[in-house]
Design a protein around this ligand. Structure first.
Ligand SMILES: [Zn+2]
Length: 129
């Protein structure tokens, strides 16, 4: 129950954040994702949607947290903040909004935009290395 409430509140809270990300001003576009925020030990995830893919999301997070620990054994990076992962299900929508193909990482800001089916570990290595 608490988890559901947290997710619900976060969805409301991050809605405006989505606009900063795209540089868009004015009222939110109706087609813009309602990001679902899930904070884990090393990474803050924003999922484009989690409906009907709960198991996939849980797997995604555990795989990425494990990869983070393993990759950072090598680089031993101390980041100023947690890595932020925007996880897109719809590559076409991402391209419309971001004007770039997925995935990519902006290492200085620790922000990654990834497709949900991308190789685990690739993008975070850009930030940790
Ligand atoms: Zn790359």
């Amino acid at each position: 129950m608490k988890a559901i409430l947290t997710i619900f509140l976060t969805v409301c809270a991050v809605y405006s954040h989505g606009q900063e990300l795209t540089g868009a001003h004015g009222p939110a576009n109706t087609w813009e994702p309602h990001w679902v925020k899930i904070e884990s030990t090393n990474i803050i995830y924003y999922f484009q949607d989690t409906a009907r893919i709960q198991k996939k999301v849980e797997r995604y997070i555990s795989d990425h947290e494990a990869a983070y620990v393993k990759i950072n054994e090598v680089f031993q990076a101390v980041l100023p903040s947690k890595i932020v992962f925007y996880v897109w299900i719809d590559r076409e929508l991402a391209k419309q909004i971001l004007h770039r193909e997925l995935g990519f990482t902006l290492p200085k800001t620790c922000i990654t935009h990834a497709a949900i089916d991308q190789t685990v570990g690739h993008e975070m290595t850009h930030t940790l290395a």
